[in-house]
Design a protein around this ligand. Structure first.
Ligand code: ATP
Length: 510
């Protein structure tokens, strides 16, 4: 290309103009000031902001990984694969009029493997992979973020074509930084413009272009996202990527010790048991720390002691998000067992899972299955639900003597149920317009409904205290109990009174 000295000519002309004006006695200060401001603006918008500081990773083939290299995320992998199959078999889907999948949102705590999942998705769909972080799009200068979004999509198309592929996956980590609810950031509209540009790009994707793009975004806080992002046709698939449970942690440890020499006595299961609350990233670091310890000692292989010491190191080095202490986990185990026992007592066969692995903002959880989705509930059903909700706190009281804040969410749900009962004429007041019930009386009615159930649950759990403790101990040891295992334990030492028998005997609390 012939050399074109535009910059030099422009500089020469500008200098000549300045000398000419100065020689003729003009005040040059405003001109210089204006020139400086324009220069700075140009610099931020074009050279630094829009192009250079967008750190895009990925695209190399040695970067690809497979789903088999991701441990402890079976449910997330299945869900993701199911969504990606639409893309792999798009011609068939298109014939049936299925619209292209444009966005998948991965939600979950840091270090659980969201980036790995997005990379594996690229391998699975034979796409080029580009990754950027939400914070890279947000600058103080209006328009920069939007420009970067355009560049990113452009870059994805170019990279795919260079690699002879017709698909690209753009992974945006920390999407909440740029995709927060619009109008909430009051300093300027930069965030809103960036988000708008992302929506425009996603809406523009038709599924029949030379390069089809899929956006995979990750966040820890899906609740902060602008609803426009979650609208059908944008990020309409959400995949939850949670902290791994004991089995999951074992899988991840096995993956990260594959290429490390382990002493014969190493018991990775015991390590998995000790690492409740660890993410995949923590476990990777744990395996690495254990190897470093072995290296320092000049050992040929990594022993169990190295792993146990490494646990402490990882815990001290990184403040683990919400890693409960031993007493706290015991309380959670008692709480969840209380819910499960009352659920099983009231509706035999209803418990599906109970776990003390921290998940989705809770320290543990218990799941029950419903026969079918009902639109109407009888008083008996609502009272049963109330009893199950209150059972966690009451179990804590029965076993540990006190309640904790862990039940706040249960009580919120219980209050909504009790309010529905009052509105549906199931309180002692009978049918009455809610507007006419004074606040004090309303409060009293709720209290009556609660105390009836509290008494019923307390009697039951006190009568079954030893069973409650032994199941909670088992839950603590196993970390997760399936419905079947729970029912086996529940059936042992069974006392003859069941809910139905109690009701037949006239003891039902109505
Ligand atoms: P962040 O939200 O902080 O970006 P992330 O969820 O995207 O985190 P990754 O970047 O995918 O987490 O994981 C970081 C590292 O931790 C990975 O490179 C891998 O070594 C390890 N890791 C995390 N999760 C898993 C997993 N499920 N299986 C195997 N390794 C994992």
């Amino acid at each position: 290309m012939p050399y074109k000295p535009y910059k030099e000519v422009a500089l020469g002309l500008a200098s000549a103009l300045i000398i000419f004006l100065a020689a003729n006695g003009y005040d040059l200060l405003p001109l210089l000031f204006l020139g400086g401001a324009l220069g700075l603006l140009f610099y931020f918008l074009h050279s630094r902001g829009a192009v250079r500081s967008l750190v895009v990773k990925g695209g190399k083939d040695d970067d690809t990984i497979t789903f088999a290299e991701i441990g402890g995320q079976r449910a997330a992998v299945e869900e993701l694969k199911e969504a990606l199959d639409f893309i792999r078999h798009y011609p068939q889907a298109r014939r049936l009029g299925v619209r292209p999948l444009k966005g998948i949102l991965l939600t979950g705590p840091p270090g659980t493997g969201k980036t790995l999942l997005a990379k594996a998705a690229a391998g699975y769909t034979d796409s080029v992979f580009l990754a950027a972080s939400g914070s890279e799009f947000v600058e103080m200068y209006a328009g920069v973020g939007a420009q970067r979004i355009r560049n990113l999509f452009q870059m994805a198309r170019e990279r795919a074509q260079q690699n002879g592929k017709n698909r690209a996956i753009i992974f945006i980590d920390e999407i909440d930084v740029l995709g927060g609810k619009r109008g909430k950031v009051n300093s300027h509209l930069e965030y809103d413009q960036t988000l708008n540009q992302l929506l425009v790009e996603m809406d523009g994707m038709k599924g029949d272009e030379k390069v089809n793009i899929l956006v995979i975004a990750a966040t820890n806080r899906a609740d902060l996202l602008d609803p426009a992002l979650l609208r059908p046709g944008r990020f309409d698939r959400q995949v939850r990527v949670d902290l791994p449970d004991k089995e999951g942690r074992l899988e991840i440890l096995q993956l990260h010790t594959r290429n490390k020499p382990l002493a014969p006595e190493v018991d990775l299961e015991a390590v998995a048991k000790e690492t409740l609350g660890f993410s995949g990233a923590h476990l990777e670091s744990l395996a690495n720390e254990a190897a470093i310890l072995a290296l320092r000692e000049g050992a040929n292989c990594i022993s169990q002691r190295h792993f146990m010491e490494a646990i402490e190191r990882v815990m001290l080095g990184a403040r683990l998000e919400r890693r409960p202490g031993k007493e706290e986990i015991w309380r959670v185990a008692v709480h969840e067992t209380g819910h499960a026992m009352v659920s099983e007592w009231i509706r035999p066969g209803s418990v599906t899972t109970l776990t003390v692995t921290p998940r989705g903002g809770a320290l543990g959880y218990f799941r029950q299955q419903y026969d079918e989705d009902s639109y109407l509930y009888t008083q008996e059903q609502l009272e049963g639900r109330l009893a199950v909700l209150l059972a966690g706190a009451i179990a804590e009281e029965v076993v540990l003597g006190t309640r904790s804040t862990g039940a706040a969410n249960d009580f919120e749900q219980a209050t909504r149920i009790a309010e529905t009962m009052v509105r549906s004429g199931m309180s002692r007041l009978g049918v009455a317009g809610s507007a006419e019930v004074p606040e004090e009386l309303h409060h009293e009615l709720l209290k009556e409904i609660f105390s009836r159930q509290e008494e019923r649950v307390k009697n039951y759990l006190e009568g079954n205290r030893s069973r409650l403790i032994s199941i909670a101990e088992r839950l603590l040891a196993e970390e997760r109990l399936t419905g079947e295992v729970f029912r086996e334990l529940f059936a042992q030492e069974r006392v003859p009174s069941t809910c139905q028998q109690e009701k037949r005997g006239g003891k039902a609390n109505k």
